[in-house]
Design a protein around this ligand. Structure first.
Ligand SMILES: [Zn+2]
Length: 120
């Protein structure tokens, strides 16, 4: 019974509501950002050159330096165009599985060098 009360209180917490609100805004912001990149760039995979089609998918966008590292930097790396590449589903999967092609490794090293000036 105590546990149930605690659950109800948590659900009504204004912090949680606010947090959820921010979370949704971030998703919309990121989607808009990806869409703007999609309109600017050629629709081909940066790694293998495959044609990506006419409609963008979330898997077509890859952060070279992961969003999870944002808190380590004083500049915005999440919405930095240099930090995003367009990729096909297969190449995105390979990258997520730890295979970084040499061309991307070079790009990542260069970005890390530039961003290092903005490490907290
Ligand atoms: Zn590809």
């Amino acid at each position: 019974m105590f546990g149930r009360l605690r659950t109800i209180r948590l659900k009504k917490s204004p912090f949680k509501r606010k947090h959820h609100h921010v979370h949704t805004e971030e998703i919309v912001k990121l989607r808009d950002f990806f869409l703007s990149l999609w309109k600017k760039r050629p629709h081909y995979c940066t790694v293998c050159g495959a044609y990506l089609g006419t409609e963008p998918h979330s898997y077509n966008f890859h952060h070279i330096i992961g969003k999870r590292f944002q808190s380590e930097y004083s500049i915005d790396i999440t919405y930095n165009e240099k930090n995003i590449i367009l990729v096909c589903l297969d190449c995105h999967s390979s990258i997520e599985n730890g295979f970084l092609p040499p061309s991307l490794q070079k790009l990542k090293t260069e970005l890390l060098r530039i961003y290092s000036a903005f490490r907290k």
